[in-house]
Design a protein around this ligand. Structure first.
Ligand code: GTP
Ligand code: SPV
Ligand code: MN
Length: 599
């Protein structure tokens, strides 16, 4: 690969890059220009070094498989730290660390950490460069895998350079933490087995990540910048940075209603964002704006306007197939990086749920021969694909030039087998904030070491950059700045019957719920009052094309008063853990709901 002569004009940035270069002692430095040619050369290099396997070009053109180290497969929340002066400004849900101590410790870890490797300089922009929404960063990394993934998911290189003179450029430093001794052969997924750190410094907004090469730990524009840093800045500037999908619902008469949805990691955002309406919904269309992150600002018109700061997807592979997510299957036909998927004998990928029956003779995600009676999974449950949004047929044209879309509803949902109904609408903004603050979900593979059921307020538990009590206050206060607040809905696709089967078919059938939600915000759909809020009656849902009995629908809507009452008691206990920063109003709402549950 030829070294570019691009110089970063910003003197503070070049001084920082030089300082890091001296500290980390890489064998070379390369400034990424972000071109397609550069991407190709980088992938070729990774194929030669064994870090990437080129898939069969006839089956999966220009696509690659990477296998991570088995200890480096997901976000590491217990190694993720927010560093600010006062612990109470980060807590109680984040891990706080003292900034000066953390800086000192990281400095020692980074000393010589890039020996034998190239230091890549990635100028990047989250959001359309030059737009009012954009945030700029420079990531320094010794991982070519990170560069390739950033290329697919963010604006990087030359198009970003003109903006780096702006006051705010977020400095992001990353190393896999595995220096090479002279003559040492590299492993195919270098990482540091003992020490891993993912750190946001909230004083200067810099980000440092050490020891892991995977997803949100290493692609620092994503969770670290676009959520942890951005949410912190958003609070002071009066906007929101959320772990949300954005989609538009186009009705047969051609008008589009946009909604944003927060579901915890691995709980269905990508699938919902790309939904294909089922049989019986002729003329309806879902247009994807984003699948993971939304930046939302109040506009001059008193409405909320949202953009997706990413330009690609880092999606969960298992469960994705032509039926559940045909748009994503189309997107990953070519030009995709697959990580921790299984490899077929003819050089294609496979994962659980891609087909009903596994092909013969796979190589599993760890590189070992696999057959369906091997008694273990072929793909890791958090296996992912990285693909640019331009590949996805359902993208909304509004997204191409970074235009914001107006949000009419917020949808919150977790993975909950019991208690919570398919859908309900909060009675007002404050109750909606309550239902979002008390969102919970069963554990998923997107992060390590989770409790069986965990509270995940607003699906932001691992991503809020500041005190969660202050975050609740920020959400409550937003209403006062809007001429009309969006509706707030809770959904649950995951309710199970006595034998553990999902009652709701989910995926494309979620369109029926989405249509009801859109109908509600347009004052066109009916519903009935329940202790939780407004729920659809059987006749309020469009059942065209799906035989689904009223009895089954009743199961999805059943609210057991006693269980609900206990649930509400546990919410109050959970909310109280945010004292003294908890807005009292949320406890009052809890009392109001408790009274309505008991009548
Ligand atoms: P992150 O990328 O981790 O933030 O996840 P996500 O919220 O985008 O989740 P995603 O859409 O990738 O879905 C995660 C898993 O849930 C996949 O295995 C899906 O197949 C499954 N899933 C998604 N939607 C549904 C649904 O409606 N019903 C059921 N039963 N499973 C679903
Ligand atoms: C999530 O865990 O919410 C993801 C994947 O979207 S990661 O990029 O690893 O954070
Ligand atoms: Mn996510």
């Amino acid at each position: 690969m030829t070294h570019t002569n691009l110089l970063i004009a910003n003197e503070t940035l070049s001084a920082w890059i030089n300082e890091i270069r001296e500290l980390c002692q890489p064998s070379g430095i390369y400034v990424c220009n972000g071109s397609d040619e550069e991407y190709r050369e980088l992938c070729d290099q990774m194929v030669s070094s064994g870090m990437m396997i080129r898939l069969n070009p006839e089956l999966r053109p220009n696509s690659f498989l990477c296998r991570s180290d088995p200890t480096d497969v997901a976000r590491l929340e217990h190694r993720t730290f927010i560093c600010c002066e006062r612990e109470e400004d980060a807590g109680p849900t984040n891990n706080w660390a003292d900034p000066s101590k953390m800086r000192a410790e990281l400095k020692e870890l980074f000393r010589g950490a890039m020996r034998g490797r190239t230091l890549y300089v990635i100028p990047f922009s989250m959001g359309q460069p030059g737009s009012a929404y954009a945030m700029y960063g420079v990531q320094l990394t010794d991982s070519p895998y990170v560069v390739a993934n950033m290329k697919l998911m963010a604006h990087i290189g030359e198009p970003v350079l003109p903006y780096l003179d702006q006051a705010q450029v977020v400095r992001c430093l990353h190393s896999v933490g595995k220096p090479l001794q002279p003559g040492e052969t590299d492993s195919t997924w270098p990482c540091n087995a003992d020490k891993k750190y993912i750190v946001n410094f909230q004083d200067d907004h810099s980000i440092v990540s050490f020891g892991s090469g995977y997803g949100g730990n290493a692609l620092l524009g994503k969770k670290c910048l676009a959520l942890r840093t951005a949410s912190t800045i958003a609070r002071t500037e009066g906007w929101l940075a959320e772990h949300m999908l954005i989609l538009g619902v186009e009705s047969p008469n051609g008008d589009t209603t946009y909604v944003a949805g927060a579901f915890p990691s691995a709980c269905g955002k990508t699938n919902f964002a790309m939904l294909v309406p089922p049989e019986g919904f002729d003329g309806w269309k879902v247009k994807t704006v984003g699948d993971d992150i939304a930046w939302i600002r109040p506009g001059d018109d008193g409405r909320l306007w949202a953009v997706n700061p990413e330009i690609g997807f880092f999606g969960v592979a298992p469960g994705t197939n032509a039926k559940t997510n045909p748009n994503m299957m189309a997107a990953v036909k070519s030009d995709t990086i697959f990580t921790n998927c299984a490899l077929t004998a003819d050089g294609d990928i496979w994962w659980e749920g891609l087909t009903d029956v596994a092909p013969n003779n796979l190589i599993d995600w760890q590189g070992n021969p696999w057959t369906s009676d091997s008694g273990r999974l072929a793909a890791h449950p958090n296996a992912r694909f990285t693909v640019t949004a331009a590949n996805c047929p359902s993208m909304d044209p509004a997204r191409d030039d970074g235009q914001a879309v107006p949000i009419s509803a917020f949808i919150f949902g977790g993975r909950l087998s019991h208690t919570f109904p398919l859908v309900y609408e909060a009675r007002n903004w404050e109750e909606g904030v309550y239902w979002a603050a008390t969102l919970g979900s069963e554990a998923t593979a997107a992060a390590e070491n989770q409790a069986a059921i965990r509270n995940d307020p607003f699906a932001m538990l691992p991503f809020c950059g500041y005190n969660m009590g202050d975050y609740f206050t920020h959400w409550l206060s937003l209403a006062g700045r809007l001429s009309e607040t969006p509706g707030i809905f809770r959904v649950n696709w995951f309710r199970k019957d006595e034998v553990g089967r999902f009652v709701w078919p989910g995926f494309s059938q979620n369109m029926r719920v989405l249509r009801w939600i859109v109908g509600r915000v347009k004052n066109e759909a009916g519903g009935r009052e329940t202790p939780l809020g407004v729920m659809p009656s059987y006749s309020d849902i469009d059942w065209n094309g799906l035989p689904f009995s009223e009895e089954k629908f009743a199961v999805l809507g059943r609210i057991d008063g006693e269980k609900l009452s206990r649930e509400l008691v546990s919410h109050q206990a959970y909310l109280s853990t945010f004292q003294p920063r908890l807005p009292e109003r949320l406890l009052q709402i809890g009392d109001i709901l408790q009274r309505s549950a008991q009548t």
